[in-house]
Ligand binder design. Sequence first.
Ligand SMILES: Nc1ncnc2c1ncn2[C@@H]1O[C@H](COP(=O)(O)OP(=O)(O)OP(=O)(O)O)[C@@H](O)[C@H]1O
Ligand SMILES: [Mg+2]
Length: 360
Amino acid sequence: MTTLTFEHVSKYFDRSDGTEIRRIAAVDNVSLKVASGDVLAILGPSGCGKSTLLRLAAGIFKPDSGRVIYDDQDLQDVPLRERGVGMVFQEGALVPHWVTRRSVGFFLELRQRESEMPERLAQISRITGFGLDVLLERRPGNLSGGEQQRVSIARALSRDMRVLLFDEPFANLDAKYRTEARVELKRLLNAFPVTSIYVTHDQIEAIALSHRIAVMRDGKLEQVGTYPQLYSNPVNIFVATFIGTPIMNLFPGHVENGCWHGENFGGYPIRNDLPDGTKVTAGIRPEYIHLASDGTYGVVEQAVPYFAERHQVITVHLAGERWSFVVPLHETIEVGSTIRCALDPAGLLFFDSKTGQRIG
Ligand SMILES: Nc1ncnc2c1ncn2[C@@H]1O[C@H](COP(=O)(O)OP(=O)(O)OP(=O)(O)O)[C@@H](O)[C@H]1O
Ligand SMILES: [Mg+2]
């Protein structure tokens, strides 16, 4: 198996805004290690550099600076045929006029190892839990979106792999198939001794499939960790609000006499080395807010039911602020009604309002 390392990797593109051309860093000084056999998920908003990072990992792009390393060898020095990269693209990217048998068999065909093909197909079917037989003689145009993705995954698995890269492979599939596909892929990643990077927009998918999650913004790596680490210990407001639904509540405020004061509420102790007047934003996750008979009065603005989770997300206008939190579905909450709620100060996180960095 292969350990995949990014060492201060940057990749620039020229972008024209009509009058002048600017260089933008699509990937900006990223250092990261994916241990042999691990699955790393990459999360981040559109345009933050996820696909570019994946293409750098595959060797499709060469870094403008820094190095991508497989075990202890610079990827640029690994001959193409020894790289062993399987990649599943967002759009499937199957050759339109090739039947499945050709797409999946191409790697072995190229190496004149067609005789291994039946065994390889059987192995892929066994591991993925889907029969490829019925798809073998069909072209991509005659396959559904889900079937095309299965063929893409089978194609990625058909080579002698060291590294398996996925670029939002299920983004275009409907919710039901996504869940099935996720289970199949989990089984596959368990069965194949391979190092993997998985790009997704979907936190649930990231949690289900990966050991660790990397959050990117504007080409930079913001934080890497397990989901619980990112959730409870975000390094900044960006990660804090990107991870977790419903989103963390944020309240602007400042420091006075060792306590945090918001515009409408406050008095919570904060670390004592911050000068009075320091602008600090307090964050609190929805689970630290609850209905309380002795709590503060607020007016319900919105109540959105989530039937599968058996809860509703309610938004309350309270003392000049807007609060969102989660209430069991069986509680009757009318929009426009007055309710009382309280927060548990143990859940407060503090951020420097200027830089967004976590400070407590
Ligand atoms: N070939 C290219 N030429 C010029 N700019 C590019 C090229 N590929 C990507 N970019 C730019 O680099 C940045 C990162 O793009 P990238 O495709 O890596 O983002 P992404 O995180 O994968 O986004 P999405 O979630 O929408 O797929 C974007 O600003 C994009 O416009
Ligand atoms: Mg992308």
